[in-house]
Design a protein around this ligand. Sequence first.
Ligand code: SF4
Length: 394
Amino acid sequence: MKANQSIGIYIHVPFCIQKCLYCDFISFSKMKDDLIEAYFQALSRELSCYAEELAQYSVKSIFFGGGTPSSVNAKHIAGIMQQIKQMATLTKDAEITLEANPGTLSQEKINQYLASGINRVSLGLQTSDPKLLKTIGRIHNVNDFLTSYQGLVEEGIDNINVDIMFGLPGQSIEQLEHTIKFIGAVKPKHISAYALKLEEGTPLFEAHRKGKITLPDEETERAMYHTLQRELTLLGYHQYEISNFALPHYESRHNLIYWQNTPYIGLGVSAHSKMHQTRYHNALSIDQYLEDYQVKANVIQKKAASLITYEAAYIDEKEDLFETIMLGLRLTNGLDYQSLNDRYGIDFLDAYASEITSLSAEALIEVDQTKHNIRLTPLGMDVSNRVFVAFMKD
Ligand code: SF4
């Protein structure tokens, strides 16, 4: 095993009960069981192609995302978990998360997850407002959420993230406050909060184009973000990233892998990986992915398939450095630039002297030279993309 080197594994499960009206993720609804079987066979074949990497690194995080991983038979999740455990060493405190939607969990499923090693669940609530839930096409109501949440806790999974959205069609700040209050009463360990982004091609995008729905204006959306920051802080949450809040010691380890720009493997249709200084992704269509990894009818493949990647791009040191700065600045603790100096053999303060001076003058970043730390100010968080661009060098 490479000393001190660990990786994360993301597994994309692209199946949902019903497509939400804002969703442009690669996910499919109402899929037949034989397609789901074939998909997990393909996943298993892709996983087997990583034998070398998994023997070299320890795994500190596994994330079943989607789609709705809880919508498929739990035996599929168990099968992949078993294979990973046979191939890799998991760190003692490995975080193993499964995304679930309210209404798709049962006591039996939760127990199967526990037996497989799942120790964290991410539940999509989005809003506590029944009308808004319908507007955005969610399959569940608030009671489904509470039943699923309580079921998880009763069976022994209390490390739960709840996803919420703001800037929803016609949403008021009061409605968002209600959602925060509602979540505050169940007190999950972690909350992710993202603004709705209308993606072209989605029904909600079309409804907006035709003037059938209106979104809160930019100022109201900003006020919503500030409401979230204020109210969640009052509830005891620590904002550790632009969109993520946690009770002490419950920051998502999987997310931190991305934000610390360390290696990860993505399995499944459209999943992205970063390994060996190279970024690549899998096939974007499920048919192509199945073709890439499936044992084809009447063809007995004796050898394991080899890895099939798309748009593989070597990340040179300059690009890697920029990504590390950009991702690290998303964290409220900011960047330890001493470790950046060690990792890239640079003198950060010297290399970015003019950028640091102008961003500091605009009160967008603050530098603590005693702690070797640079971070975004609250104002910088509001315009984070502007700050990131400033660190982009030709
Ligand atoms: S549950 Fe998630 S992945 Fe599935 S359709 Fe809704 S937003 Fe998309």
